[in-house]
Design a protein around this ligand. Structure first.
Ligand code: ARG
Length: 466
């Protein structure tokens, strides 16, 4: 550090770090994005110091005014960041003190340890609110695609083998539910991010009569009843980053949900499935094969989940061996957190707009859904309704499937005689089971894909998300 800097470590050090050491330790290259919150935190702190008489009212006012002016300069790109001043906190404080000598009093009762924890919590709060909005609009895109195609039926799969028919909208609504839980997790985590650590000092609070609640109120750290929320243990407040880990988990979980959705879209857009068409802007060609149209956006979205999980694991690993309280290792939290915030936000946004640019190939879906094998379970249920034990019914229908294969006939084209050769329980209404729409409409219990239930869910989500 520049020895002449107003923030020089003064008496204790005789020389500053070498250039390589400065490069290794600096965080200004990435933590400058906290500037707005750093200024706000300092304005709150200066105001409070003025109110409790540690600063004079005039000093406090002058500091606030200069901090605001610095904000304008940063906003307009006029501020010069100085790497030798290490981080965003020191850059701003040095400039403040250069412009206003009383700035040297701003750091009273404060450490960069509680300052950085404060900045990150404030920054993350804002980002979480933005992400919530993006997740809701992603859900809206899914619901709109479902509403537009509410009559389309397609096979549902297990083990990637055709299993039972479902409405296309039911499949999409499964993701709406997943993203609803991600949204809920965000709301819940918000209350743990929204705690004011300022006043924790380096690790052991302060001897000065700081009014922590006043600062918390000023910065909007309030619970649902409007009461200020402040941390209760100074060592915890400066050294834990569980709030960042929690966010990175939520981003990972949302990323994994997006990755599964992306995988479905990739499969559906392949010639093998051919259920959807993704519009050209969301696909790319091949540099070699002229016929190719690749779902790159969905693939990248699927790939991003790996990165989000990596960030989560990085943060957990970063924290696991740290002795109490603050350690400089914690500086490594920022890039991982920032990256998770940026990655999840762009991925949610891109996936949402891609969903609005998908058309469903109704005929292909219909053809696939008409596979009578999808209703083999319904045929077993038919026997159950005729008092056959399910295990036996399963066995009988299995034998019928084998017979159909042997006769090279689809299941629904077996004659009553064929069927009765396997079980006398089959009557002439047995083949009615293969009416696809009716079969779906029998699934009336909550959570099942009858058209009535699916439409109810579409209405519920349309209203909830509007
Ligand atoms: N740049 C540091 C960080 O991100 C700020 C806190 C520095 N504190 C210290 N005692 N060196 O964690």
């Amino acid at each position: 550090m520049n020895k002449k800097s107003p923030l020089s470590r003064s008496g204790r050090f005789t020389s500053g770090p070498g250039e390589d050491v400065a490069k290794f330790t600096e965080s200004i290259s990435f933590d400058r994005r906290l500037w707005r919150h750093d200024l706000l935190g300092s304005i709150a702190h200066a105001t409070m110091l003025g109110n409790i008489g540690v600063l004079s009212k005039a000093e406090s006012k002058r500091i606030v005014k200069v901090l605001e002016a610095i904000g304008v300069d940063i906003e307009e790109g006029r501020f010069e960041w100085n790497e030798s001043l290490e981080d965003v906190h020191m850059n701003i404080e040095a400039e403040l003190t250069r412009r206003e000598p009383a700035g040297a009093k701003l750091h009273t009762g404060r450490s960069r340890n509680d300052q950085v924890a404060l900045d990150m919590r404030m920054w993350l709060r804002d980002e979480m609110v933005e992400l919530e909005v993006e997740i809701s609009s992603l859900q809206r895109s899914l619901v709109e695609l479902g509403v537009k195609n509410d009559k389309v039926i397609l096979p549902g799969y297990t083990h990637l083998q055709r299993a039972q028919p479902v409405y296309f909208a039911h499949h999409l609504l499964a993701y709406v539910e997943m993203f609803a839980r991600d949204h809920e997790r965000l709301l819940d985590a918000f209350s743990r991010v929204n705690v004011c650590p300022l006043g924790s000092g380096a690790l052991a609070g302060s001897t000065l009569p700081l009014d922590r609640k006043q600062v918390a109120e000023f910065l909007g750290f309030e619970d649902s009843k409007g009461r200020p929320v402040i941390s209760q243990n100074s060592m915890d407040a400066v050294s834990d980053r569980d709030f960042a880990v929690e966010f990175c988990f939520i981003a990972s979980m949302t990323g994994v949900h997006l990755s599964r959705l992306a995988e479905d879209l990739i499969l559906w857009s392949s010639s093998e499935f051919d259920y959807i068409r993704i519009s050209d802007e969301y696909t790319t060609g091949s540099s070699l094969m002229p016929q190719k149209k690749n779902p790159d956006i969905a693939e990248i979205a699927r790939g991003k989940s790996g990165r989000l999980i990596g960030n989560l694991v990085s943060l957990l690993t970063l924290l696991k061996g740290l002795p109490m309280a603050y350690n400089r290792d914690l500086q490594e939290d920022k890039e991982r957190l920032f990256d998770s915030v940026d990655t999840i936000r762009t991925t949610v946004r891109l996936m949402s707009s891609m969903l609005s640019n998908i058309s469903v190939k109704v005929k292909s879906c219909e053809d696939a859904a008409c596979d009578p094998g999808l209703l083999a379970t319904d045929l077993a249920d038919y026997l159950v309704n005729r008092k056959v034990a399910f295990r036996e019914a399963h066995h009988i229908v299995g034998a019928l499937v084998a017979l159909a294969e042997k006769l090279k006939k689809p299941l629904n084209l077996l004659t009553l005689k064929d069927m009765q050769s396997v079980s006398k329980k089959f009557k002439d209404d047995a083949l009615e089971v293969f009416n696809l729409k009716k079969a779906l409409d029998k699934r009336t219990i909550t959570g099942s894909p009858s058209s009535k239930e699916v439409k109810k869910q579409l209405r519920f989500w349309s209203k909830r998300l509007s």
